[in-house]
Design a protein around this ligand. Structure first.
Ligand code: UDX
Length: 437
């Protein structure tokens, strides 16, 4: 079986490479020729555990190819996955211009049956728009070629994407013809054989599933952030509350960690887009609006604690930041709470010394040289009046507090992810602030 994946961004590259790994012949397509040339040489543009070796291995084996021309491979493939970007429009709805451009290219150039699968996160109804655009192009050409559309949303977590693809909780496939169903079953056969759940459904339900999953997870986080803030006021410890409720199997333990707000390329964008879809259909998503509001407030919580600690006097203070990416194991800073925090700190007249194991270049690219980029976590705390833990990278878990205490100007730690123990920190002589206790 041969497939094309359009878009060599995060989702496209992981999907293409993983399909190649399980024996499918894959052509990855991107209009960015620089990117394609690098990929041919095994240089990958993103930081993702295990991906680079896999790209190199499968390219060598001839199962993974890269091209800038979708037109030229349409005759060779049975399925085209569209994994191009859907950036949010100014009003929060998803911009479909890239998705529809792919459909147009397919309609203009296809010579035989193709199944066109949307992998990108797109609003309900997009597959039908893709179908209409392809049909319009075929009509213009005056020819009648059979084709199908399908929806196959991704549930990949950055940093764990290869594993998520290879051992999925489930694969969701929206189809509307028996032929499309057969093709998708063939493609996902190795997963079916390994007893992973491949759930077939209609296309709108598949499109809706993706938004619902991300919105539900975002809701859990905002709910717990709200609970954490209340725990502080009533003298409870949110960690205890979390263990207490997580052991109820109806609730479960995952995604209940309070912090400084969710970020990344999916949750913020998908929550916004679902609110928008509802509005376009004359309905208000009241819960999700509150989820967004709580998240926006939560991004400033650690800064407010810092302000309170220094009685509002932050001018000239040196603040060390550990972690910049929106979560560990990635260099991604999209919607990262660190960006809001840096902005608040600079406005308040603070000097910033930041360190992140992977996201330093990304941070430079986004905000320039207005902060000091430290060489390591210990360099970051040099003469600092406070240390703020922003992203819970593993290497921050067991630091040498004695060294840090000597290096800092004042022993103040604000832990945005609750990874340290309050009692232990106080025994080490630190003033310690965290979330929800
Ligand atoms: C998410 C979904 O998990 C994935 O299925 C989807 O396809 C894409 O979006 P990702 O954005 O990579 O993946 O990150 P994830 O690990 O889900 O974390 C999202 C955000 O939530 C991070 O900012 C993280 O710090 C935050 N989070 C997560 C919490 O604040 N508390 C938690 O308990 C869990």
């Amino acid at each position: 079986m041969k497939i094309a994946i359009v878009g060599t961004g995060y989702v496209g590259l992981v999907t293409g490479t993983c399909f190649a790994e399980i024996g499918v012949n894959v052509i990855c397509v991107d209009t960015n020729s620089e990117k394609i040339e690098s990929l041919k040489k095994g240089i990958i543009p993103i930081y993702e555990n295990g991906l680079e070796e896999m790209v190199i291995r499968n390219t060598k084996a001839g199962r993974l190819q890269f091209t800038t021309s979708l037109e030229s491979c349409l005759n060779e493939v049975d399925v085209v996955f569209s994994a191009v970007g859907t950036p949010p429009d100014e009003d929060g709805s998803a911009d479909l211009s890239y998705v529809l451009a792919v459909a147009r290219t397919i309609g203009r150039n296809m010579q035989k049956y193709i199944l066109v699968v949307t992998k990108s996160t797109v609003p309900v109804g997009t597959a039908q728009k893709v179908r209409a655009v392809i049909q319009e192009e075929l009509d213009k050409r005056g020819i009648d070629i059979e084709f199908d559309v399908a929806s196959n949303p991704e549930f990949l977590k950055e940093g764990n994407a290869v594993n998520d693809f290879m051992s999925p909780d489930r694969v969701v496939v929206g189809v509307e013809s028996e032929h499309a169903r057969k093709l998708m079953s063939k493609l996902y056969k190795p997963f079916l054989l390994n007893n992973f759940r491949v759930i077939f459904m209609d296309i709108p339900s598949a499109e809706m599933t993706k938004y619902t999953a991300n919105s539900m997870l975002a809701t859990r986080i905002s709910f717990m952030n709200d609970i954490a803030n209340l725990c502080e006021l009533v003298g409870a410890d949110v960690n205890m509350v979390r263990s207490g409720i997580g052991s109820d199997t109806r609730i479960g333990r995952k995604f209940l960690y309070p912090g400084i707000g969710y970020g990344g390329s999916c949750f913020p964008k998908d929550v916004k887009a679902l609110i928008k879809t509802a509005e376009q259909n004359g309905y208000q998503m009241r819960v999700l609006k509150a989820v967004e509001e709580v998240n926006e407030n939560q991004k400033s919580i650690l800064f407010e604690k810092l302000q309170k600690h220094f009685n509002g006097n932050l001018q000239g203070k040196t603040i060390a930041l550990w972690g910049l990416s929106f979560k560990p194991e990635t260099d991604d800073m999209r919607e990262a709470p660190a960006l809001i925090l840096i902005d608040n700190l600079l406005r308040a007249g603070c000097k910033i010394r930041a360190y992140d194991p992977a996201a330093m270049n990304e941070c430079r690219r986004r905000i320039g040289e207005g902060i000091h980029y430290a060489t390591d976590m210990y360099d970051a705390v040099l003469d600092a009046d406070a240390l703020m833990l922003i992203t819970e990278w593993k290497e921050f878990r067991l630091p040498s507090w004695a060294v840090i205490k000597k290096t800092m100007e004042q022993p103040v730690v604000l832990d945005g992810r609750n990874i340290y123990d309050k009692k232990e920190m106080e025994e080490q002589g630190f003033v310690y602030h965290c979330i929800g206790k």
